[in-house]
Design a protein around this ligand. Structure first.
Ligand code: NAP
Length: 491
């Protein structure tokens, strides 16, 4: 069934959500853009400026004291209510995200939106089990180490998984007693504005949760530079992540956490007994959102003895991820997000061809629209180690395959990257698996699997993939400061 018609029934909110109300920007500016599914203009969204961000931060500052004074149980119940409301509105949230980003509706409805709801429930259920610590009494001295909220927290999010990444940030931030101002990506603001409307129904008081859509270099920059914002939590490219650190230094030395790009190493050793399974898992994790996934295993490092078998298996798996109409609820894969992204990815494929690497693309379906921006799953075999396609994050359905002579060489190639987000090793040898996992310079390693971890697993990279962790109870540490209270008893 094609679900595009359901859009007609929606009343789409495009205004900023500040201090509990939907408002236009003081400048009246709008974000104008076109669908990558059919080329038509998308709803114009309010583009906030520095003024609007100031209003949102002031509202959040004023709301902080009362929100922080609630008990964790009170905040938990409100966030659980929000999760329930999102579940009731799951279809609408999936439609809005599909409409704006071009990712397949099926993928949003069955995977991404449920994951964002599960994340909120996980954090809500965890927060009142999260204890402070005590320093054992020593004579008349006694200390407690407590976690205190930061105050107003800013969040800046990308377009590739709008509600999952937002929930990873706003849920632990709110639950720890902070108030939040969030700047979604200009390509994906509608679903978060719907969540803002639901937050009011859930009972989140005015000023506690604010959404300021707009351009990064205006609204995002104003948020990251704001002196009343005490922490800035960013997910996006490494390039902008570095800029966020500069903003923090230029303003009030606010706390910074960054979830940035990746070029995930996926090592298949000579001891891997099930090559077909390793190719299947790779395709599932590489191609489902047209490769627009920060942790995508986009650098396969395979023992040369297994190369041919792996490539043949992967070619078969690629056919399951051929893109099509994002609104067709039978399609697993939709379009890339924008014309700009489409051209960027095509350019990398051209670079590989011009450099003489072997390039394989899955067979093409007739596009549902001449204006559709879809790219076939693409395999680049044996590009140069210093080629841009090997070293840079392509953020498209393009995987490079690098043959190596040994597992030691595989590790060397894997770690020769500025990125370090997630990786994997496929082997039947437990000693080899452990050794590779230990020595891979990444924040998360899978052994004989990929991407099947859950909310209990901290997520975040090393090197230029960022700093700090999303997910798990460790996320609560990010959205709070440690404070020591030392007591001296006079008796
Ligand atoms: P991006 O261009 O870095 O943008 C991310 C966010 O930053 C957007 O909201 C953007 O606003 C904003 N921004 C841009 N310039 C800014 C500035 N000067 N000051 C403050 N904010 C600014 O990244 P993207 O293209 O949206 O997303 C793709 C990237 O995100 C990839 O590199 C991917 O690996 C990474 N990512 C990482 C993770 C992770 O968990 N590690 C998860 C998802 C994505 P605009 O929308 O207006 O540009």
């Amino acid at each position: 069934m094609n679900v595009r018609n359901l859009l007609q029934n929606l009343k789409i909110e495009t205004r900023a959500y500040i201090n509990g109300e939907f408002v236009e920007s003081s400048s009246g500016a709008k974000i104008k853009k076109f669908s990558s599914i059919g080329g038509e203009p998308l709803p114009e969204i309010t583009a906030c400026n520095e003024n609007d961000v100031n209003l949102a931060v002031t509202a959040a500052k004023n709301a902080f004291k009362d929100w922080a004074a609630l008990t964790p149980l009170d905040r938990k119940n409100i966030l659980l209510k929000l999760a329930d409301l999102m579940e009731e509105n799951r279809q609408e949230l999936a439609l809005l995200d599909t409409y704006e980003t071009g990712r397949a509706y099926k993928n949003y409805f069955y995977d991404s939106i449920p994951k964002s709801i599960e994340a909120i429930r996980y954090f809500a259920e965890s927060v009142d089990k999260y204890y402070d610590k005590a320093i054992p009494a020593r004579g008349s001295e006694f200390g407690v180490i407590v976690r205190v909220p930061l105050g107003v927290v800013g969040a800046i999010t990308p377009w590739n998984d709008p509600l999952v990444v937002s929930a990873w940030k706003f849920a632990p931030a709110l639950l720890m007693g902070n108030t939040v101002v969030i700047k979604p990506a200009e390509q994906s603001s509608l679903s978060l504005l719907k969540v803002a409307a639901l937050s009011k129904i859930a009972g989140i008081p005015a000023g506690v949760f604010n959404v300021v859509p707009g351009y990064g270099e205006i609204a995002g920059k104003a948020l990251a530079l704001h002196n009343d914002v005490r922490g800035i939590f960013f997910t996006g490219s490494s390039e902008i992540g570095k800029q966020i650190m500069i903003y923090a230094g230029q303003s009030n030395m606010k706390k910074v956490a960054l979830e940035c790009g990746g070029k995930g190493p996926y090592i298949v050793t000579k001891n891997c007994g099930d090559i077909s399974e390793s190719a299947k898992v790779l395709a599932e994790n590489m191609f489902y959102n047209q490769g627009q996934i920060c942790s995508a295993p986009s650098r396969v490092i395979v023992d040369e003895s297994k190369l041919n078998e792996f490539v043949e298996c992967l070619k078969i798996e690629c056919e399951k991820f051929v893109p099509g109409d994002s609104f067709d609820d039978e399609n697993n894969v939709g379009c890339v997000v924008s014309d700009e992204q489409f051209k960027k990815v095509q350019n990398y494929i051209e670079i590989a061809k011009n450099e003489g690497a072997e390039v394989y693309q899955a067979k093409t379906k007739k596009p549902h629209s001449e204006k559709a921006r879809c790219i076939q799953p693409t395999i680049i075999i044996n590009p140069a180690l210093d080629s841009k396609v090997t070293t840079e994050e392509i953020f498209g359905p393009v995987v490079v395959i690098l043959p190596v002579k040994s597992t030691a060489e595989a590790l060397e190639v894997a770690n020769n990257s500025k990125y370090g987000l997630a990786g994997a090793v496929f082997t039947d040898n437990i000693d080899e698996a452990y050794s590779v996992a230990k020595n891979l310079e990444v924040g998360l390693v899978h052994i004989n699997s990929y991407g099947n971890d859950d909310n209990s697993a901290p997520f975040g990279g090393v090197k230029e993939s960022g700093l700090g962790k999303d997910k798990s109870t460790y996320a609560f540490d990010e959205y709070s400061d440690l404070k020591t209270i030392w007591l001296h008893s006079r008796k």
